[in-house]
Structure formats: C-alpha cells, structure tokens
Ligand binder design. Structure first.
Ligand SMILES: Nc1nc2c(ncn2[C@@H]2O[C@H](COP(=O)(O)OP(=O)(O)OP(=O)(O)O)[C@@H](O)[C@H]2O)c(=O)[nH]1
Ligand SMILES: [Mg+2]
Length: 490
C-alpha cells in the first residue's frame, strides 16, 4: 500500500468508521425509536388495558350499583307491598269491627223498636178495650128513649105556641103544620137553652125596650164572642149594627130583629152559594154521603138519625161501616140500623180496609137500587195511618166506581167544642173535599154560636143539626128556625 493509498484508506476507514458509526447510531436510533415505539405501544397497551380495566371496573361498579338499586327497589317494593297488605288487613279489621258494631247497634235498635212496638200495641189494646166498654155503654143507653120515633102531642103550652109561631112565620098554614115539626122545634129550643142562657137572656135584659146605645152594642159583642160565634162573624154583625145605629135611632125590638136578620144572612150565605136550600137525596139515583169528623163528635149517632130521616121519607137506604178502627163501631151501627130497618155492610175482620168496605157497599147499593148510602168513617187511626189519606182513598174508590153518583162529604162538628170545632173544620176543609157541615150536641152546649163561625170562616153550608141523643134529635138545618130558637125570649 502506498501512502497515498494509505491516506486514502485512513479516510476510507474514517469514512467507513463514520459510516459504521452513523449506521450504528442510526441502528441505535432505530433501536431507540423502536424501543420508544415499543414503550409507547406498551404504554398505550397499558393505558388501553387500564382504560379497559377502568371501564370494566366502572361497568362492574355500575352493574353492582344497578343490582344494588334494583335490590333496594325490590326491597322497597316488598316493604311497600307488606305495608299495603298490613294497611289492608288493618282496614279490613276496622271494617269488620265497624260492621260488627253497626250490627250490634242495629240489633239494639231493633230490640228497642220491638219493645216500643210492644208497648204501643199494649197501649192500643188498652184503648180498644176502653172504647169497647164505651161502645157497649152507648149501645146499652136507654133504648126506649132513643127509639122513640113517634112524637106525641103534648100540652098546649108556651113551647107549642112558640113552635107553631115559628112555622107560621115561614108561611105555613094551620092545616100544613105537622106534629114532627112542632116536636123538633120544641126539642131545638130546649136544646139551645144553654147557649141562650149565656147569651140571649143577658142580651134581652140589656136591650130592654130602650133604643140601642153604643154601650149595649159593646156588650152584645162580648156576648157573641162568648157564644163562640168567632171574631169574623162578630165583627160582621157589629159593623152592620153600628152603621145602622149611626144612621137612625134603633129601638130594642127593632135591634133584635135586625140582629136576627144579620145572623141569618151569615148562615144563609154558604147555603145560597151551594144552590141547594136543603140537602135531600136525589130520587132514583145513588147518593153517597160520607160522614167525617174527629172521634167522638157524633158521626155514628148522626148516621143512625139520618137513616131514620131517610127511611121516613121512603128513600132506599144503606149504611157502610167504614170505620174499621174503632172497637165495636160495627155493632153500634148495626143497633142504629135496626132502629130504622136499614142494613149495614161491614167487614168485621180486624183492621179491614175501609176503602174495601166502601167498595163492597157500593156493589150492594147498586144491586139493591139504593138511593142513599151513608158511610161511617173513622175519627181516629193508628198513628202511622193518616186520616186524610184514608178519606181520600175512599173518595177515589167512589169517584172511580160510581162517577155519576151524588157525593156529599159532610163534616160532623160537636158544638160543645166551640172554637176547637172551627179548627177541625179548617183542617178537614183543606184535604177532605167537604161539601157541608152537621152540628151535633147543640143541647147542653153554650157554644151554639160556632155554627156562625163555620158558615162564615169555612164557608160550609150547615146541612143538619143534632140536639139530643134520640133518633128524632136531628133535622135538616133551617137558619130561620135556628136563630129563632137561639134568640127565643122565654
Ligand atoms: N147530647 C147529645 N149527645 C150526642 C149527640 N150526638 C151524639 N151524641 C153522643 O155522643 C157520643 C159519641 O157519639 P158517636 O156517634 O159514637 O160519635 P162518633 O163520632 O161516631 O165517635 P167515634 O166513632 O169514636 O169517632 C154518644 O154518647 C152519643 O150518644 C147530640 O146531638 N146530643
Ligand atoms: Mg163512630
């Protein structure tokens, strides 16, 4: 080798060395790079794994939490379920207790009700027994006196003279006067004695023969009120009298005459309105008279007397015993029926339906060609039944079955009950479709004035008046005779 060559080879070696070194460094760099890459890859791998692990852990955690939550939820649901069931059970228990309590309460109430019913029943039976006793007494009453259908001519005395004069004042001729009429007027006058005693005698004393003065009018006002004429009737009469007194001098006798006219006009007003001067059955047709009123006023007795009046005038008559409540009411009617030979249609079974009795009676009446069917009705019922409902039921049956019959609904009033009778009339008038009134027991009462109140305040025509317990002690109402008897001076 030459130097040149040598020099060249050193360079070459240098170059080779440098190249090798470069190569080596390159390799090293490469290696480093690869290692770097490897490391990074490992790192990435690790990170990835950690990431995955973390995610897995997270997922696991979430899953666990989810499971925990679900378990909690389940637990909660279970608890709620249990709570609900417990509440339900509690509720059921309470309801059961409540039901049992209600049942007990109900049983207690029923027990009480039963006891009350038993007491009520005992009370009613007691009442029935008492009524039965009363009825037996009424039936046993002096038969001869009650049955005395034929009047006898008495003495020629003041009573006869007064009766004959009352008849003459109504235009009767001597040969037209009957013993029946004289007999009735005497009874009426006698019957009204009590009212007269408290009213007329004092009045006549006060009036005397002197002219009327405002003071005597004040006294008259008090007397009318005391005889139960009622405030309205009294006011009406007093206003007319005061007006007359303002216009002229009125003597005692003239005053009485004017007073009588005023009283008659009050009684006549509802009669005129009804267009029937007196109430008589229409011949050849079925006439049905319902006799209504509170207990004890004289309904059954009045039916007995009406049956007598009716058969005496040759009307074909029948009685319906539609008071099925009162003990022995049927027996009482049968006794009255026998007195005038009138049949009584009844149903003796206890608490029979009154409307059914009326139904049967109408059938009998139609078969027999009855002209007057007299219907006795109850004056009192068991508490639960309403008297007015029962009367309207009876009325409905009649209107449906015999719509063309002449129906009268007559209210019986006991004169001795005075203003109380007026209250009854107002009560019945509201719901019982009344067409007239019958005033009983005018005898022995000082309250005959109630007839005026009934005429004026309830506008009911008075159709009959009763003045005694005998069969002849009931007659068609005649306002003139009534006022004459009421104001008779002796
Ligand atoms: N003094 C007198 N007594 C009468 C008169 N009318 C009836 N009586 C008597 O009054 C009492 C009762 O008469 P009833 O006919 O049974 O009376 P009622 O309205 O049918 O009574 P209840 O059926 O209970 O609703 C009896 O003692 C009758 O004799 C009368 O005009 N004058
Ligand atoms: Mg009766």
């Amino acid at each position: 080798m030459t130097n040149n060559n040598l020099n060249n080879s050193t360079d070459w070696a240098k170059q080779a060395y440098a190249q090798l070194k470069q190569k080596q460094e390159q390799q090293k760099l490469e290696q480093q790079k690869q290692e770097q890459q490897k490391l990074e890859q490992q790192k990435l791998e690790q990170q990835k794994q950690e990431q995955q692990k973390l995610e897995q852990q997270k997922l696991e955690q979430q899953k666990q939490e989810q499971q925990k939550l679900e378990q909690q939820k389940l637990e909660q649901q279970k608890q709620e379920q249990q709570k609900l069931e417990q509440q339900k059970l509690e509720q059921q228990k309470q309801e059961q207790q409540k039901l049992e309590q209600q049942k007990l309460e109900q049983q207690k109430q029923e027990q009480q009700k039963l006891e009350q019913q038993k007491l009520e029943q005992q009370k009613q039976e007691q009442q029935k027994l008492e009524q039965q006793k009363q009825a037996e007494e009424i039936i046993k009453k002096d038969q001869d006196f009650i049955n005395d259908t034929k009047p006898k001519l008495g003495k020629f005395d003041e009573e006869f003279t007064w009766s004959a004069m009352v008849l003459a004042a109504q235009g009767k001729k001597v040969d037209q006067i009957s013993l029946d009429e004289i007999d009735w007027l005497s009874r009426l006058k006698r019957g009204l004695e009590e009212t007269r005693k408290g009213f007329v005698s004092e009045l006549l004393d006060k009036l005397g023969d002197d002219p009327l003065t405002p003071e005597t009018l004040d006294d008259l006002e008090t007397l009318l009120l005391r005889a139960d004429a009622g405030i309205n009737s009294t006011d009406k009469v007093m206003n007319s009298l005061r007006k007359k007194l303002n216009e002229e001098v009125v003597g005692g006798e003239e005053g009485i005459k004017f007073l009588k006219e005023e009283l008659i006009s009050i009684l006549e007003e509802p009669i005129l309105n009804s267009k029937k001067k007196i109430l008589v059955p229409e011949e050849g047709k079925l006439n049905i008279w319902l006799i209504v009123g509170v207990n004890g006023v004289g309904k059954t007795t009045t039916i007995g007397k009406l049956a007598h009046l009716s058969t005496s005038s040759n009307y074909k008559t029948l009685i319906a015993a539609a008071d099925t409540f009162r003990a022995a009411a049927v027996e009482q009617l049968i006794v009255w029926g026998e007195r005038s030979n009138v049949d009584v249609i009844s149903n003796k079974s206890r608490n029979a339906d009154p409307a059914a009795v009326v139904f049967d009676s109408i059938n009998s009446a139609l078969k027999r060609g009855t002209e007057l069917l007299l219907v006795d009705t109850a004056g009192r019922l068991q508490n639960k039944n309403n008297l007015m409902d029962e009367l309207s039921k009876i009325r409905k049956i009649i209107d449906k079955k015999v719509p063309h019959s002449n129906v009268e609904s007559l209210l019986v009033l006991d004169a001795s009950q005075g203003q109380n009778g007026l209250k009854q009339a107002k009560g019945f008038a509201k719901s019982a479709n009344l067409s007239g009134a019958i005033i009983t027991k005018l005898d022995g009462s000082s309250r005959g004035g109630v007839s005026l109140a009934v005429s004026l305040e309830v506008n009911l025509p008075i159709r009959f008046i009763g003045a005694g317990e005998g069969i002849r002690d009931l007659r068609p109402f005649n306002s003139f005779e009534f006022i004459e008897a009421l104001l008779a001076d002796k």
